[in-house]
Every structure is written in structure tokens, then in C-alpha cells.
Design a protein. Sequence first.
Length: 512
Amino acid sequence: MTERYDAIVVGAGHNGLVCAGLLAKAGKKVLVLEARAEVGGAAVTRPFADGFSVSAGAHLLHQLQPRVMKALGVRIPLKSERMPTIALSQSGDHVFMDEQTAVGVSDQDAQAFTEFMEWSDTFAGFLNKQLMKPPPRLGSGSFNDTIKLARLGLDLRMLGKADMRDFLQLIGQNIYDELDARFESDLLKGAIALDAVTGTHTGPRSPGSMITWLYRLCTGGHVSQPAGGLGAVSDALAERAEALGVTIRTDTPVEGIVVDNGRVVGVDTAAGRFSSWKVISNADPKTTVFGLVGARHFESTFVRRVHHLRSKGNVAKLHVALDALPEISGLRPEDFGGRLLVAASAEAVERAFNPVKYGRCSSQPVFELSFPSVSDDSFAPAGKHVMSALVQFAPYDLAGGWSDVARADFHDAALRVLEETLPRLRDLVLHSELLTPVDLEAEFGMSGGHWHHGELGLDQFMFVRPVAGAAQYRMPLEGLYLCGAGTHPGGGVTGAPGYNAAQVILERERSR
Ligand SMILES: Cc1cc2nc3c(=O)[nH]c(=O)nc-3n(C[C@H](O)[C@H](O)[C@H](O)COP(=O)(O)OP(=O)(O)OC[C@H]3O[C@@H](n4cnc5c(N)ncnc54)[C@H](O)[C@@H]3O)c2cc1C
């Protein structure tokens, strides 16, 4: 006799938890099965050295959708809110930024920055309206899809004629040319270029880096640090889901999604079979299709599309336990509570990206740094500190493979390059850990160690995310759904895919 549920969610990443919570709130009996010992997927806080812990995947919160949190009634206590961004210079002439202003640049650049952010916000605003809606199916002929498409067209039209034209033109463009045309400060250009490409396989000169910049803006903007790190967000979502009646089982990897007579009927685990007519996968699309269901259950064109899904990560994560905060000329100790960027120029970001196209690591990587221990003493012993860094770029498929030597080389290169801006950093290191995309894949179960579970490019965006035929969270197999970062609108700790997936499932039930 197997246990039967209204829905089974595979994976307790933050999106799986959101989806499960919303289904339970609607009265469904929901089971969440998570492979790892903790909930949260890549939004997790864990120890990495004696007495030190870190947000081991995602480390800053800037995209979590208020609507998701409101729907679930979850509030996340923050240790730092609206953290400033500081683009570090080796000479000490840093640039300080928030969402509207840049300080430390010429008056002309300061004004151009404010104008650029307003201009970007116009288009991000249009995209923001699409975040919490499943994309309509193209050419389905259904009344619902036609209405949704008309609404999308109306949102676009509301931009006004000039902005609408600009938007359609710029979505395929690169951010590099736009920055070059607007600004003189290399540091300012480097900071925006880095934000535009973080987590993707694009350099600032790649077509499409404009859309990734807008995606970043449209999902949020204000950077914050939750008390207890990103794991606290996941814990709060899990706690709420359980309060709503969801059963969460950790340490329970799903070995297979069971298909019978052309439809999903449950999942198999080492602890036995769990039955449900609905299985919602928070795992990435490739893992779901090839690892859990099996390609034989899908039509060959669909299988080919999923096979070709681009999902090779380029971000490595560096965690450093420090004896003290480094000293950076021109920076006050409290400035370490901000988000620090090390990217000398847009060209430096492009040059850092170039090698990964050929399976090599950047010799001059670029970085986003946070020092969570500055505002939250739960991360390190008194007087000590933690540095958490996104290091770009490191290819998933490194030529020759990620041997221990290759990992140690990139680890050393990252610390060496950082020391050009954070002098004597290495003297302060008590312990450090580097996670390559291969390590991220192994730890978090995300194919390719990819931030978005699949590249965020125009060919994998909105109507065709993750692939045509599955862009409405529903897979072409009765009863199977996706709810993770691989679906619209994409990755980041947003909760949007989980929310949208739950809406689709509930709407489908209502219409039956
Ligand atoms: C290095 C790195 C840094 C990042 N930094 C940031 C950041 O600072 N801010 C930000 O907003 N975003 C950041 N991101 C992106 C963000 O972490 C992800 O987009 C987000 O966590 C995806 O959430 P998810 O719930 O969709 O999937 P995941 O977090 O990947 O969760 C999926 C879950 O499914 C589980 N699972 C998979 N297969 C099975 C199975 N067979 N059985 C049971 N369980 C299974 C996994 O164990 C996992 O818990 C970063 C990503 C990376 C890789």
C-alpha cells in the first residue's frame, strides 16, 4: 500500500517550498521530497570552517517577490537592507551606488547614471508585469491564451510608441555598447556590466546581455541580507509550508518519477513509493526529463529540445574565513557591510568571460563580494569575519576537467587577483573553500551548476523557457509539472516560478 497525495513536489528548493505551500493553502495534501539533509537548495546557510558559516549558494537577497511572501504570509527579518553597491578601485577612488545615484564619478556620469537607471526601469517595469504570470502559449488558439497575449501586447503598448520601439530593439543588444555610449567612468561601466552578466554564459559584448540586465532589474533591485543568511529564507518558507499542512521529508532523493499508461502516478524513493496524479519537479528540466522520468516517455522533438537546453554554469563560489577585515584604502569598516564589486571596467568583464568560451578559466576573474559577518554575528566568532564571493568566470566543462590541481590553481588565482584590490588578504585567511560549477552541481543537484537551471537567453526566455512545449510549467506528460528556476521567469531567489506553477495547477483543477 503506498501513501497517496494530491501533489508531490520533488525538491525543497525555495521554489518547491513556495509551490507546496500555496497548494496546501488551497487545501491540497502535499508531500515534498528533498534529496539533501536540509531544505533550500541553493538558498542555504551552512558551516564551511570551524565556527564559520556562509550562504553557500545564493548569498544576497534582491529578487524575492513581495507578492509571493504576501500570498504565503511569510516575513523575512533582514540584517541589512538596501545595501549600497561599491565598485572597488585599486587606487581607493571607489564608486558608491544605489538604485538611482552614483557617487565618486564625474557630475556628467552621475547624471548619466540616474538617467540610465530611469531608462532601464521603464523596460524593467514592463518585464516586471510579466514575472508573476505564466507566459501564454503561442498559436494555441485558446481563448485564455489569446486574452493573455492581448494583455501582454497592451502592456507593451503602454510603454508608448518610442519606448516600445526602443524595447524591441534593445532586447537582443549587448550592454557594452550602451554603457560605452553613456559613461566615461570605467569602474561604473564595469559594475553595471558585471551585474548584467552575473550567473549567465554571456559577456557584456554578447548579444542578449541587455535582457539579462533588465531581468536583474525587473526582479528587484534593493540588495539585502537576511538575518541568518539565505538559509533563513528557505527555513521560513519550509516552516510556513509545514504550518499549512505540507509534509517535508529531507534525505529522501527521488529515484524516479513513475509513469503508467502515459501519465504520472507517483515517485519512487529508497523509502518506497509515494503516489499522486501530480508530480511537480523543482529539479532542473534536464534532471527531470533524463534523470527522473526517462526520455522514452516524451516525444523525440521535445527530448531533443531539452537535450539542447544550454545549462552550463560559469560562476564559482569562494568562501573565506578571515582573521580580521581586510584594509582597503578609501573604505571605512562599515562599508564592508555593502555589496562590493571588483571589475575594473566593462572590458575587464568581457576579458574575464572570453576564456570560458574555450573551456578555460579567467586568469583575471571579476567578483561580487559580501561580508555577512559585518552585520550578522552568527556567521563568525567575535572579531573574525566571513567573505563570500561570486567568482566569474569558471567553466563547467573545463578543458581537461576539474582536477584537484585545476581547482587549486583557480582558487589561488582568485585570491591573488583579489589581493590587487584587497591588499594582504591572503595573510588574513584562516580557511577558504572554492566551489566550481561542478561542485555546485554536486552539492545542490543543479545541472551544470547553473544559476538559472538553464541559460537565461532570448532563445530560452518567457514563451520558450525552458523549451517550447513546457513554458507553462506543464510538461508534455499528463500530471508532470516544473516549478524551479528553469521555468519562467528564471533563477534567483524570487519564488516566482514556484508561485506561477502553483497558480497553473490550481487554475487547471478549477477549469475541470
Ligand atoms: C553560486 C551561485 C550563487 C548565487 N547567488 C545568488 C544570489 O546571491 N542571489 C540570488 O537571488 N540568486 C543567486 N543564485 C541563484 C539562486 O540560488 C537559484 O536560482 C535558486 O536557488 C533556484 O531555486 P530553485 O528552488 O528553483 O532550485 P534549487 O535551489 O536548485 O533547488 C532544487 C532542489 O531540488 C532538489 N532535488 C534535485 N533533484 C532531486 C531529487 N531527485 N530528489 C529530491 N530532491 C531533488 C535539490 O537538492 C534542491 O534542493 C546563485 C546561484 C549560484 C549557483
